[in-house]
Design a protein. Structure first.
Length: 234
């Protein structure tokens, strides 16, 4: 199964490179179901990047659906973008965007119903990230780590949370982090959790953990500039 999927991905990489509008116009569109125990690795270096559906021509999309998957996406330089779905339980996603226009908007669907890991890293330029994790199910035993360093930041995470472990770090520029973790408190170990550190510039942080019958938990560190912080825990 694994080798089959990797062959499929490589074939798509070759096939979709022809869709680019210039010599540096990277692009990948994948729609794969029943991808249990699969490994998907996408590396893009240079120019227009993408991965799925920036223009929706003929509805090209990034969608990988299955349990116990490993997904790695690296985008280096220029007009990055990732959009689409990574769906299934007990999976691990490592996503990094390095420089220039960034933007992510990855919907994890019901990813995390049987635990999961997301490591998300952005280094520089006009970052913007929307993640919607555990949309239809509790994201139980889920680990979510995000590191953003520099420029126009903004991170929005909505998690249908049961037992979540978060860790956010942002270093500079026009920061804004919104995060909402809803649903019942954890059943294995601790429940809702957000740890955050923002160090500079236009800051603003909203955290809402609206769980039934605590625990909620929060650690927020901010060091400077035009901050504004609102935390609501029920």
């Amino acid at each position: 199964m694994k080798s089959k999927l990797i062959t499929f991905v490589m074939a798509l990489l070759l096939a979709t490179s022809a869709l680019a509008t210039d010599s540096g116009g990277n692009s990948v569109y994948i729609d794969q179901t029943n991808a249990d125990n699969s490994t998907v690795t996408i590396t893009q270096t240079g120019s227009n990047n993408s991965v799925g559906d920036p223009s929706s021509v003929g509805f090209p999309q990034f969608s990988v659906d299955g349990n116990s998957m490993n997904l790695t996406i690296d985008q280096n330089g220029m007009n990055n973008s990732i959009t689409g779905n990574f769906i299934g339980g007990n999976g691990t996603a490592n996503i990094s965007q390095d420089g220039n226009s960034n933007s992510t908007n990855l919907n994890m669907g019901n990813f995390g119903t049987g635990s999961g890991n997301l490591n998300y890293t952005v280094t520089g330029s006009d970052n913007t990230t929307n993640l919607n994790i555990g949309t239809t199910h509790d994201a139980s035993n889920y680990n979510y780590s995000a590191t953003i360093t520099g420029n126009s930041n903004s991170l929005t995470s909505t998690i249908n949370s049961k037992n979540t472990n978060n860790n956010f770090t942002v270093s500079g520029n026009s920061n804004t982090i919104n995060t909402t973790q809803i649903g019942a408190n954890g059943t294995n170990g601790n429940g809702h959790n957000i740890t955050s550190s923002i160090i500079g510039n236009s800051n603003s942080l909203n955290v809402t953990q609206d769980g039934a019958t605590n625990p909620n938990s929060v650690t927020v560190n901010v060091t400077g500039n035009n901050t504004s912080t609102a935390i609501i825990q029920h």
